[in-house]
Every structure is written in structure tokens, then in C-alpha cells.
Design a protein around this ligand. Structure first.
Ligand SMILES: Cc1cc2nc3c(=O)[nH]c(=O)nc-3n(C[C@H](O)[C@H](O)[C@H](O)COP(=O)(O)OP(=O)(O)OC[C@H]3O[C@@H](n4cnc5c(N)ncnc54)[C@H](O)[C@@H]3O)c2cc1C
Length: 217
């Protein structure tokens, strides 16, 4: 399942020498993936994380990332009043960086890296295939049924099929969300010349600013 999580799993399994395939319902890489726009790398004092630049060694040099976020501001507005808070220090706490990204572009880049690593072990990515059922064999292996391919057997699966995970429902880990548990969001991308972005947000061309608004409607 080819969001950032599935691609990271494929890359990491390949690094560990395990043969793996990634099955994705969407026919085009990145076509079903969305984010608000900032990719973070963290350095928590406790616990361990594997950051994107560790998994993809050439990430900072080659990945299609946009601006390094150097300023995080939250504006709280009500009628004609605004109260602004600078949250930069809070964001910088235990963090390596945050970059603005367009996830469909970035996932296409992740996919090239992950597929290259997987192919060396006979694995890879199969787009345009929807997993519809998972059952367990008597010998403990799993049978995968899809809408497009003949049934096949695997030793293990990683469900990386997003927040509305059908795999979680198939294996009985979670029930389908009800409409009351969900909300709908709309994302709009506004394209502006570099110098206007710099001027409006008070940054230089290699910097980015994350501005959040919280207001009474
Ligand atoms: C509006 C918005 C703003 C966000 N902003 C940020 C942000 O600024 N920074 C941040 O870090 N995170 C942000 N997030 C969260 C982040 O985008 C998600 O956590 C992340 O994209 C999830 O990736 P994923 O790989 O787990 O799942 P997804 O990207 O949802 O990928 C799941 C994939 O599985 C496939 N799939 C699903 N079911 C099947 C099936 N049965 N068979 C085959 N394939 C299947 C889908 O086609 C899809 O490609 C935001 C999310 C939203 C919605």
C-alpha cells in the first residue's frame, strides 16, 4: 500500500535483505496520498525513531523537498482581533528539521528508491491492485485475495493502507469508522512567485514559514 508508510516499510525490509512486495490500489504512484505539507525529522531524547534521511541516504541532496521551515506562527483570530504566537522554539525542540513538501511528488521519489532496493531481492511495487481479503492457511501462511490478480500466499503482511485501513477491518483489528467518527477536510494549494512568498512571510528564499490560523466562524 503505497503511501509514505508502505514505501518506507518496503525500503527498510529491502535494507534488511528481506524480499517484499508492495501492493497499491491506485494506478499512479502518489495519486491517493495527501498531506498538509510539512515533513518532519525528529530526535527524541527517549525512544528511537528512524527518520527519513536515515532510510533514504540521499534524501537531503536529491529528494523533491521545497523550503526548510524556520518559523512556525499560530494566529488566533476573532472578529477584528488577532493574537499571534511564535511556536518556533516548541517545534525546534528535539527536532532535526521540517521541510515543506508536496506528497504526491515526494512519494514518487520514495517509490523509485524503494523499488530499486526491493528489485535487487526480487521484490517490487505492484500498482493498480486492490486487496480485498486476507485469510490464514492451516500452515500459518496468509492468502491474499485481490480484485485483479490470482490468489497468492505470503509469510507476513504489513498493513500500511492509511487511516481508513481496510486491512485492519479484514483481520478484525478494527471496525469500519462511522460517519460520526470522521470529518471532511479541504486542501487548497495557492501558487505564488518566490519573492511574494518571501515578502509576505518575512523569510529569505531558502526558508519556509508554517502559519496556522485558528478562528471563530
Ligand atoms: C489534510 C491533511 C494534512 C496533513 N498534514 C500533515 C503534515 O503537515 N505533516 C505530516 O507529517 N502529516 C500530515 N498529515 C498526515 C499524513 O499525510 C498521513 O499521516 C500520511 O500521509 C499517511 O501515510 P500512509 O502511508 O500511512 O497512508 P496513505 O498515504 O493514506 O497511503 C495508504 C495507501 O494504501 C492504499 N490502499 C488503501 N487500501 C488499500 C487496499 N485495500 N489495497 C491496496 N492498497 C490500498 C491507498 O491507495 C494509499 O495509497 C496530513 C493529513 C491530511 C489528510
Amino acid at each position: 500500500m503505497e503511501g509514505s508508510a508502505g514505501l518506507a516499510a518496503l525500503k527498510q525490509l529491502s535494507r534488511l535483505g528481506k524480499q517484499a512486495i508492495l501492493i497499491e490500489a491506485g494506478s499512479k504512484i502518489g495519486s491517493k496520498n495527501l498531506s498538509g505539507g510539512i515533513l518532519y525529522s525528529k530526535k527524541p531524547k527517549n525512544g528511537q525513531v528512524t527518520n527519513v534521511e536515515q532510510l533514504y541516504e540521499n534524501f537531503l541532496e536529491d529528494a523533491p523537498i521545497e523550503r526548510k521551515i524556520t518559523k512556525y506562527i499560530l494566529h488566533s483570530t476573532s472578529q477584528d482581533k488577532v493574537y499571534s504566537m511564535d511556536l518556533t522554539a516548541a517545534h525546534d525542540y528535539q527536532a532535526n528539521f521540517g521541510y515543506s513538501v508536496l506528497l504526491n511528488k515526494l512519494n514518487s521519489w520514495f517509490a523509485i528508491q524503494a523499488e530499486e532496493a526491493a528489485a535487487k531481492l526480487g521484490g517490487g511495487i505492484i500498482p493498480g491492485v486492490h486487496v480485498k481479503s486476507i485469510t490464514r492457511n492451516e500452515n500459518g501462511t496468509l492468502i491474499i485475495q485481490t480484485d485483479e490478480l490470482d490468489d497468492f500466499e505470503v509469510k507476513a503482511i504489513i498493513a500500511a493502507d492509511g487511516v481508513n485501513s481496510e486491512v485492519a477491518e479484514m483481520v478484525g483489528a478494527r471496525k469500519k469508522f462511522t460517519p460520526q467518527q470522521l470529518y471532511q477536510g479541504v486542501k487548497v494549494i495557492v501558487k505564488l512567485p518566490e519573492e511574494i512568498i518571501d515578502e509576505r512571510f518575512g523569510i529569505s528564499t531558502d526558508e519556509g514559514c508554517c502559519t496556522s490560523l485558528c478562528w471563530a466562524i
